[in-house]
Write a protein that binds this ligand. Sequence first.
Ligand code: SF4
Ligand code: F3S
Length: 106
Amino acid sequence: TFVVTEPCIKCKYTDCVEVCPVDCFYEGPNFLVINPDECIDCGLCAPECPVEAIMEEDEVAGDQQSFIQLNAELAQQWPNIAEKKPSPPDAKQWDSVTDKKHLLER
Ligand code: SF4
Ligand code: F3S
């Protein structure tokens, strides 16, 4: 399965949702997640993300492991998103910020 990781926080460009053939992205206030039970591992979304937040589960780095569980958990709570929408006005300034975990809103 594919997993959304830390770089998405406060960027939320939503380019990823446009290409997903099974519409398995779910949207929170400042982050998206993939429902691992619905993802068919097509890999189409990963190259669409401008901040490279999406990768296969077995490629998730050590400091990003908590996002595997977070994707599964939050996909059960958040609404589905299947169409691109405008990113936050300050998204660009968060592109290169690496420590954003504590800013994730539920
Ligand atoms: Fe959707 Fe494919 Fe990405 Fe899974 S890998 S979230 S099915 S686009
Ligand atoms: Fe997030 Fe990248 Fe999608 S920033 S919303 S995973 S395009």
